[in-house]
Design a protein around this ligand. Structure first.
Ligand code: GDP
Length: 440
């Protein structure tokens, strides 16, 4: 799903890799690539343009966190905006009523009948409802047969009446049948045609008016890209549906429909279909879809955690200290606390792209910091500020106080010295997180 789009996004963000800060120029360049990726995914032009403009505004208005690179920050902003574009939060369908009535609409071949079965299965299994399916296609007897097959698969009764030629009457009969037989939800499958036409629109409009469903869903094949959006628009103007079902997302879809429908039609996507089986139905979660599209969910959570934990003022102070060569063991200790706050080291490092591979077989855990903390805690304030004064007898005292050995104290002091040197060398790169990123 969306592999192409993910690749293109990744390439777009590479432009920013290694750049120290977000500027108008490098953001513009990255977003030009993002826009191109969206258009190639068959996203509506206006949607793509508005989208990149919003991301740009947000990016330029953001403080660049020292803990994350501009590329990572822009990824996060793009991710949040993609989520918004697709509607933000997931939306439920309304199947309340006695019985609750769900009306299905859409073109022939969109996956309407298949989805009627999937939804019935979902409501039976996940919501514990007693579901009746109603076949209202009066033009194609095969469509009625198909719904009976689907009903059998999910163990639900199917109501049909091959004598009647009026879908409104069939739907009404189905609903009374449901009411008198204790069904909680009725799903009404209607006739579709190969293209939008007046007769179909008039018919579905009539059915909707007559049965007053609690939920009207519009089913559309995601592979049809901008056509999907246009069809959605046409249906919405006539029947004012409540939600969209995007089918065939398991196929080689470019993703445009998922991204533009919400903003063009202003109706939420509520479910997706991801296969021909009755179980291949998912509630549509905009955030998860954005994760998949960007293929960079890990970077997004890294930035989120860094944003939660890092104190920008502290980071600035530290940067100054490093520049002036005043970085001492107190700061070293502080940095360890920061890293620990961000969670398990291995988890954290594993989130940095490329790092998981580099970390394979390496054991890093928070325990590793315990002796280091004990040693620093056994030092006097003077020693922490100026480790050069730590001579042999002081080292012996520190080792004893922290329950370590002189060798370990020597190792720590050497580590500290090397770190300080390295930090100064890369003082434009700021703190420990940036140092770690060098492993990429
Ligand atoms: P209808 O004419 O709108 O009722 O469409 P159908 O339910 O008959 O579906 C048309 C074709 O699409 C059938 O071959 C289905 O098996 C297939 N189909 C439906 N939903 C999905 C889906 O989510 N993924 C895939 N790959 N195929 C689907």
């Amino acid at each position: 799903m969306f592999e192409n789009l993910s690749d293109k996004f990744e390439r777009a963000f590479k432009v920013l890799k290694g750049q120290g800060s977000i500027t108008e120029i490098n953001v513009a360049e990255t977003l030009k690539e993002v826009r191109r990726a969206l258009l190639e995914a068959d996203v509506n032009f206006k949607t793509a343009k508005d989208f990149t403009n919003t991301v740009k505004e947000k990016a330029l208005g953001q403080n660049v966190l020292t803990a994350v690179s501009p590329g990572q920050l822009l990824t996060k902003i793009t991710h949040d905006e993609l989520t918004e574009l697709m509607g933000g939060e997931e939306e439920q369908i309304n199947f309340q009523g006695n019985p609750g009535v769900v009306l299905m609409s859409g073109l022939q071949g969109s996956g309407k009948t298949t989805f009627t079965g999937k939804l019935g299965n979902f409501l039976q299994k996940k919501k514990g409802k007693k579901v009746l399916l109603v076949a209202c296609d009066v033009y194609r007897p095969a469509a009625i047969d198909q719904l009976h097959v689907v009903g059998e698969q999910i163990g639900a009764e199917v109501f049909s009446n091959r004598e009647l030629k009026d879908p409104v009457q069939i739907a009404q009969q189905g609903i009374s049948h449901a009411r008198s037989n204790g069904y909680n939800v009725v799903i009404v499958d209607t006739a579709g045609r190969l293209a939008v036409d007046e007769q179909m629109m008039e018919e579905i409009e009539r059915v909707k008016k007559a049965i007053n469903p609690s939920e009207t869903l519009f089913v559309v094949d995601a592979m049809t890209g901008q056509d999907a959006v246009n069809t959605a628009k046409a249906f919405n103007e006539r029947i004012d549906f409540d939600g969209v079902v995007l089918t065939k997302l398991d196929g080689d879809t470019r993703g445009g429909a998922a991204l533009s429908i919400r903003s063009v039609v202003e109706k939420p996507i509520k479910f997706i279909g991801t296969g021909e089986k009755m179980e291949a139905i998912d509630v549509f979660y905009p955030k998860r879809m954005a994760d998949r599209i960007l293929g960079m969910g890990d970077v997004v959570s890294l930035v989120e955690r860094a944003q939660e934990q890092f104190d920008e003022e502290e980071a600035k102070k530290l940067h100054k200290k490093i520049k002036k060569n005043q970085f001492d063991l107190n700061d070293f200790f502080e940095q360890i606390q920061q890293i620990k706050k961000m969670g398990n080291m291995k988890d954290l490092l594993g989130m940095v792209p490329g790092m998981r591979k580099a970390m394979k077989g390496v054991e890093v855990d928070d325990e590793a910091f315990t002796p280091i903390e004990a040693m620093i805690n056994s030092m006097t304030q003077k020693e922490k500020e100026n480790p050069d004064i730590i001579n042999h007898s002081r080292r012996q005292r520190i080792a004893k106080g922290s329950g370590t050995s002189v060798q370990e104290v020597n190792k720590l002091l050497k580590q500290f010295k090397d770190t300080k040197k390295m930090m100064r060398m890369m003082s434009d790169k700021r703190n420990m997180m940036n140092m770690m990123k060098q492993f990429k």
